[in-house]
Ligand binder design. Structure first.
Ligand SMILES: Nc1ncnc2c1ncn2[C@@H]1O[C@H](COP(=O)(O)OP(=O)(O)O)[C@@H](O)[C@H]1O
Ligand SMILES: [Mg+2]
Length: 245
């Protein structure tokens, strides 16, 4: 096993061992929180402990999904269905921070052929970043359309060789946020790269890993102070094989 791989095994082992005592701390803090009800000064300390414990736990969870990626288990699903699953997580933030989310779906949009849980994670990570970049008052726009990249692949028998080799769905998520400075644009997909004081730098690394495992692509464009746009290509699920005459 090479050095990086064994380091990965070692660190995910340690991360795993940290989660048990962390769960213990969390359980005790929650009990204390219940018993302190009414004592406003002390309850705030306990709430702070819980917030930090949750933060650590989320970091460990993110680390696991990066260090131990799962193989996608794909099925045919509408993009819209996945977005609808994800939206409720952001409703509170949309209200509190006055952020509008717009959605546009092509008519006759093909389904995508993906692991639903993993692609949910992709949209969650991208939406969190969009909300972070906006802060307050802005818009996130999600757009999905059929795309063909690259030119259709045709095999010797003039038949499309593979149900998802040549047809893709293009999904863009754009925000009216701060934008990404040109000098860091190369680094944003690197694990642990973050510009946030409480960031993990794992969100986009996980997104990149998942998209790559799906045979997709991701690109980013950004305009300082105007916003950013992430474009994803994911394989379409074609109900029937196309024959080319
Ligand atoms: N939509 C966005 N707008 C502006 N900057 C972004 C956006 N998405 C990502 N970034 C930049 O990329 C960095 C890495 O993102 P990510 O991997 O999700 O980690 P984190 O969100 O924990 O910092 C962020 O810290 C931020 O600087
Ligand atoms: Mg993030």
């Amino acid at each position: 096993m090479d050095r990086m791989a064994s380091l990965g095994v070692l660190s995910s082992g340690i991360a795993h061992e940290i989660r048990n005592p962390l769960a213990g701390i969390k359980a005790m803090a929650q009990t204390l929180e219940e018993e302190l009800e009414g004592n406003t000064t002390h309850i705030e300390y306990v709430e702070r402990i819980l917030r930090q414990v949750n933060r650590m736990d989320n970091l460990l969870k993110a680390f696991f999904s990066y260090a131990k990626p799962k193989r996608p288990d794909p099925s045919a699903v509408h993009v819209k269905k996945i977005i609808m699953e994800v939206m409720p997580l952001f409703e509170r933030k949309m209200r509190d921070e006055n952020i509008t989310v717009r959605q546009h779906y092509d008519n006759d949009l093909y389904k995508i052929y993906v692991d639903i849980n993993q692609i949910e994670q992709v949209f969650i990570n991208l939406m969190i970043n969009a909300f972070d970049a906006i802060g307050r008052d802005g818009t996130v726009t999600i757009r999905a359309e059929n795309a063909k990249y690259p030119q259709p692949l045709i095999d010797r028998r003039n038949r499309v060789p593979n149900i998802f080799s040549n047809r893709y769905i293009q999904i863009t998520i754009s925000d009216s946020g701060s934008g990404i400075p040109a000098e860091i644009r190369e680094k944003i997909f690197n694990p642990f790269f973050t510009t946030k004081s409480n960031g993990t730098g794992l969100g986009l690394a996980i997104v990149y890993q998942i998209i790559k495992e799906h045979g997709g692509q991701i690109e980013v464009k950004s305009w300082p102070d105007k916003g950013s746009e992430f474009t994803i290509l994911l394989p379409a699920a074609m109900e029937e094989v196309d024959f080319i005459e």
